[in-house]
Design a protein around this ligand. Structure first.
Ligand code: FAD
Length: 386
């Protein structure tokens, strides 16, 4: 129904074809069992789609962010779920931009080849939440190791990843110090760590997202696994956030397209009172409105991508793209379920599953309120509210 109007139509077609091998039945089965969609992630990895952003010198395709956005959008648009593996695309950027040559040569080619997975990103903690500077996990340097103590929550894919990027406090917070200083990024090799100071506990959620709680009990991490300089970790994580927001926004646009297409098809097919329900404006208008909002969000995603790729800092555009696209997918999900009437709640239509999946993006990786606060303060010059 929606023709790709931007570039990369070959890539979009290829991703779409791969996704056809993973129809609704596949996702329903994973969802029922809360299972990790390994076959899907393996297929994407083998086809090279997860390493499009890794530079060619490290074995990736060295393509721009808009290609990664197109890949993730098509995955969602096809009814699949990139949440199982999208993080590798943006967490890898932290290593690429701030890691040492030794770290990049050691890890990136293996990630590009699919031999190593960097899917886990440990920032959020139970007590600090969005207030990242208040995190309590500490990493204390002793000889040639950091000793890590603390806890993370919502560390997604930790059970299905070899490596984790961890944000921990390396300098104790003292009077007058900026809360976001003294934090560092460490690369945790979870293969060595599991059972040796690292414990992972799955959290069951309303959708199948393989998310976990992670506990560090004097975990020893080689000092050489520090990414960049000590104390600058918050800045490194922030520098990857534009890419993260834009990619999640692209996924939401894909979700919105899936919901709208599904709603339109059903509205044409379903006959009640002797006519297609789609003949009623009460059914048409909400779908048309969701479509218009999706297209507006798509424009903002493109603007953010354009700025990002021209080397600018699209903090405001990336955040707005994420918020507008998450709102568009949420609206389209709601319209789609309403259009389906009772069948919207039946598992076999996939609508309720996708409805649950896309709801997450109102909250993660950043909640709508925090985006609005960012815009109010940094774009509109209003006083900081917190
Ligand atoms: C399924 C799932 C997967 C996730 N995956 C990861 C992951 O892989 N790695 C990771 O590090 N994190 C992950 N997260 C965490 C996610 O980024 C956080 O849940 C999100 O940033 C919100 O933080 P919080 O849950 O602590 O909410 P809180 O910070 O406790 O906020 C609760 C509510 O209060 C609002 N709020 C808080 N402060 C303000 C304020 N000043 N003004 C207005 N409103 C405010 C928020 O908007 C939110 O609605 C994941 C979360 C989920 C649910």
């Amino acid at each position: 129904m929606f023709q790709a109007t931007d570039d990369y139509s070959d890539i979009r077609d290829a991703v779409g074809k791969l996704c056809q091998r993973f129809p609704g039945e596949y996702w329903r089965a994973q969802d029922r069992e809360m299972a990790y969609p390994k076959e899907f992630v393996d297929a994407l990895t083998e086809a090279g789609w997860l390493s499009v952003l890794i530079p060619e010198e490290f074995g990736g395709a060295g393509l721009p962010l808009s290609v990664a956005a197109a890949v993730l959008e098509e995955i969602q648009r096809a009814g699949c779920n990139g949440g199982a593996c999208h993080a590798q695309m943006y967490t890898m950027g932290t290593l690429l931009r701030h890691g040492s040559q030794e770290q990049k040569h050691r890890y990136l080619p293996e990630i590009a080849a699919g031999a190593l997975r960097l899917q886990a990103f440990g920032v959020t903690e139970p007590t600090s939440g969005t207030d990242t500077g208040a995190l309590r996990t500490t990493a204390r340097l002793e000889g040639d190791h950091y000793i890590v103590k603390g806890q993370k929550i919502w560390t997604s894919r930790a059970e299905h990843s070899d490596l984790m990027l961890l944000l921990a406090r390396t300098t104790p917070l003292t009077e007058g110090m900026k809360k976001t200083d003294g934090l560092s990024v460490l690369l945790v090799d979870m293969r060595d760590a599991l059972g040796n100071g690292l414990t992972i506990r799955p959290i069951r959620t309303m959708m199948n997202h393989a998310t976990t709680e992670v506990f560090f009990d004097d975990l020893h991490i080689p000092a050489g696994n520090l990414v960049g300089e000590e104390g600058k970790g918050f800045r490194y994580i922030l520098s990857g956030m534009n890419a993260e927001r834009i990619l999640i926004a692209a996924e939401c646009v894909g979700d919105a397209k899936w919901f709208i297409e599904k709603a339109v098809n059903y509205a044409k097919e379903r006959h009640v009172f002797g006519r297609a329900i789609g003949q009623n404006q009460g059914i048409q208008f909400p779908i048309a409105k969701a479509y218009a909002n999706m297209r507006a969000a798509e424009l903002m995603v493109r603007e953010a991508l354009g700025l990002y790729e021209s080397g600018k800092n699209p903090g405001a555009e990336a955040n707005m793209a994420k918020m507008l696209a998450a709102d568009a997918s949420n609206e389209a999900a709601n319209v789609c379920i309403q259009t389906h009437g009772g069948f919207g709640f039946a598992e076999e239509y996939d609508v309720e599953r996708k409805f649950r999946e896309t709801r997450l993006y109102q909250v993660a990786p950043i909640s709508t309120n925090l985006i609005l606060s960012f815009l109010a303060e940094h774009v509109l010059g209003l006083p900081r509210s917190y």
